[in-house]
Design a binder for this molecule. Structure first.
Ligand code: I6G
Length: 680
């Protein structure tokens, strides 16, 4: 029984429309419809095909995913062998000269003859694939294998949305298109993030991720992998008008709906090739995908035929490489580098290796989480990557080369103290980074700490900016903030670009800064998580510096807006003897401020407010709640009246709660009270 004409026509129209949107989105990178509209079209087609299964054609976009898992891939014989391409490992311009000279010799050209015309493209770092279209429909996709026989990966290739399921334009009897399946770097990073979060294996680089995805036996898994594709050549063709040049072949493939990389050119002779090689080298790090070189082909297909092959490699093409961006070497040790903010970055000490054009001996490991994610251990053979000017990084270990059990690396266990200043190293519960608590004392943090100390909102030393701090620290004239107050005219005037007048101005500014406020002084100390507002709250709450110096975390949390994280930072900072020393030396050097009384009782958040407690609170005892309220200047009363501002009610609150409701008084639970106290 035939299907209703309407349904047949509608399904065909939907397939064509969805294919158009896919092409716009995945090939042209220029979406034409909102996602919701696309989804609606897709669902309509699915519904039609469910009602009329006969309408489900091989080129239907609904068929991109849905194949069953395989037990193994079938073998595919390539009707036209998939050749490999000769590589030119001389990464200099001379590599291009050598190829051009060979081509000219083989073609019997004399020096006086015209330059050869070449087509140049990028050498994408992915997996080569042959796509077979019969009567315009994708019927088979295969890997290269040994060039004669590959694996049938059609189900997985169908999931790659940039690959058309039906050719645009005139459909030849047979058209085999060759190209590279690859993964963009941003897609790769996101995929690895998702894999790690799901506790699944992460991939070493985009190439491995692409190849692994195409070799997946379960197409549902492959469908979740963000793969891309570039077409670059032909296999078998029947009934297809083959153009005269390679550049025109690429144009024709583009017209059939394939993605063809925009970075391609038709060039003249060796100088053209060398120029292309250099131009792409400059672009390389900014490309959204990895390449390992460029490909040159003699542009004329007639000349290609004349040149023919040596063994399995065409004489008319070459891949001109760039210096490899990855290499394998031995991880000898892990040390740490202390940054200007006190962050400890683990650094791999490597057996020297040539990568990305230089010899690399150190590479970053970022932080403990990254070490765990990659499972890198001292003694491992590791893959090191250096792309462009970026800092070399350890990408992954080579698990097959791990000699027996190696202990896991634990940064805090290995570096409980800062290797630069000996202060304790800590890592916040939600922080990826471990930090030195040395602050003002730690030489690694010295310049940063001094700049902060002298800043306009801190001690406000006019004229003590970045350049001067650099000079003073580099000349070892200033080590800690105290040294600023010991500066003399001689030391200053001898500095570069500093005349006597400027030196005098600076000394005057330093002198002026000696008299400050407690809030500014606390802020100037550069305690982590203590900003200007918190410093002000601390000054107001404690009134005197000595009152602050020996408090514990619980007492600190009585201060408005000071929660556990800030309280911990303060206690850690003040717990370091070096920091105490700096504070004492500053006082001894004459830095001073007006001290006051603790002021929360009159100016705390609850000053002038009356609260009533009733019932049992979930975590706070009545005494604790009372102390906290009073700590903020509030009063706790025994009964509810019109003068009551808040009633804090817990479990089994009785008549006081009823009375509060009657009087329309604001009722708080424990979290509400905490919020009121500024202690969420
Ligand atoms: O034209 C090409 C561009 C890129 C290629 C090529 C390539 O590799 C990523 N690889 C081969 C084997 C051939 N042409 C023949």
């Amino acid at each position: 029984m035939g299907e209703p004409i309407d349904a047949v026509a509608r399904a065909a129209a939907l397939r064509a429309e969805i294919a158009r949107h896919d092409h716009a989105y995945y090939v042209l990178d220029a979406p034409t419809v909102p996602d919701a509209e696309y989804d609606r079209l897709f669902r309509e087609l699915q519904a039609l095909e469910t009602a009329h299964p006969e309408l489900r054609t091989a080129d239907s976009p609904t068929q991109r995913v849905g194949g069953r898992p395989l037990s193994q891939f079938a073998a595919v014989h390539h009707r036209v062998p998939m050749l490999s391409i000769r590589t030119e490992t001389d990464t200099e311009a001379s590599g291009a000269d050598a190829f051009d000279a060979r081509v000219r010799r083989e073609l019997g050209l004399a020096d006086a003859d015209a330059p050869v015309e070449y087509a140049a493209e990028l050498k994408f770092d992915g997996l080569a694939i042959n796509l077979r279209y019969e009567d315009g429909v994708l019927v088979q996709a295969a890997t290269r294998g040994d060039g004669e026989t590959g694996e049938d990966v059609t189900q997985n290739i169908r999931t790659v949305r940039a690959i058309p399921l039906r050719l645009k334009g005139e459909a030849p009897a047979v058209l085999e298109v060759r190209g590279e399946v690859y993964m963009r770097r941003d897609d790769f990073e996101q995929l690895n993030g998702r894999q790690f979060a799901a506790g699944e294996k992460t991939f070493v680089n985009p190439r491995n991720a692409a190849a692994g995805s195409i070799r997946q036996l379960d197409p549902a898994v492959a469908a979740k992998r963000p793969l891309s594709f570039f077409a670059y050549g032909l296999g078998e063709t029947i009934g297809w008008p083959v153009p005269a040049t390679h550049a025109e072949v690429l144009d024709a493939l583009q017209a059939h709906g394939f993605p063809v990389c925009e970075h391609r050119a038709v060039l003249s002779g060796a100088p053209g090739l060398a120029e292309f090689h250099a131009r792409i080298a400059a672009l390389r790090d900014g490309l959204p995908f990895d390449i390992d070189g460029v490909v040159y082909k003699v542009n004329s297909l007639a000349l290609q035929q004349q040149l023919g092959f040596v063994t399995r490699e065409p004489r008319w093409a070459v891949a001109h490489k760039y210096p490899a961006q990855e290499a394998v070497t031995l991880l000898r040790d892990i040390e740490v580098q202390v940054g200007r903010t006190g962050a400890l970055t683990p650094v791999a000490r490597l057996e020297p290796v040539f990568v990305g054009g230089v010899t690399v001996t150190n590479a970053t490991l970022h932080n403990q989480d990254e070490i765990d994610r990659k499972d890198v251990r001292i003694g491992d053979w590791v893959i090191v990557r250096r792309a462009g000017d970026v800092i070399p990084e350890v990408v992954a270990p080579v698990p097959e080369r791990r000699a027996g059990e190696l202990p896991r690396f634990d940064l805090l266990a290995r570096f409980p103290r800062c290797p630069v200043c000996g202060s304790h190293v800590v890592r916040g519960t939600d922080e990826a980074v471990a930090r030195c608590t040395g602050g003002l004392f730690c030489p690694a943090q010295r310049k940063q700490a001094l700049l902060h100390f002298a800043g306009r909102r801190a001690m406000d030393i006019d004229g003590l900016g970045e350049k001067l701090v650099d000079q003073l620290v580099d000349a070892a004239i200033v080590k800690t903030p105290v040294d600023i107050y010991r500066l003399g005219i001689l030391a200053l005037a001898n500095l570069e670009r500093m005349g006597e007048k400027s030196a005098q101005n600076l000394l005057a500014a330093i002198e002026k800064s000696r008299h400050t406020t407690l809030a500014r002084f606390i802020f100037a100390l550069g305690i982590r998580n203590v900003g200007e507002a918190t410093a002000r709250d601390l000054a107001r709450h404690f009134g005197k510096l000595d009152a602050l110096l020996d408090v514990d975390e619980a007492a600190l949390q009585q201060v408005p807006d000071v929660g556990p994280v800030v309280a911990k930072s303060i206690v850690e900072f003040l717990g370091e003897p070096h920091n105490r020393e700096v504070i004492e030396q500053l006082r001894a050097a004459g830095v001073s401020w007006q001290e006051g009384e603790p002021t929360d009782a009159v100016s705390g958040r609850l000053a002038g407010r009356t609260l009533v407690l009733t019932g049992t609170l979930p975590t706070l005892s009545r005494e604790e709640a009372k102390a906290m309220i009073e700590g903020q200047g509030g009063k706790v009363a025994g009964s509810v009246s019109k003068k009551t501002d808040y009633v804090v009610a817990g479990e089994e609150a009785g008549s006081k709660l009823a009375k509060a409701q009657e009087l329309g008084i604001t009722i708080l639970d424990e979290p509400g009270l905490m919020a009121l106290l500024g202690n969420q």
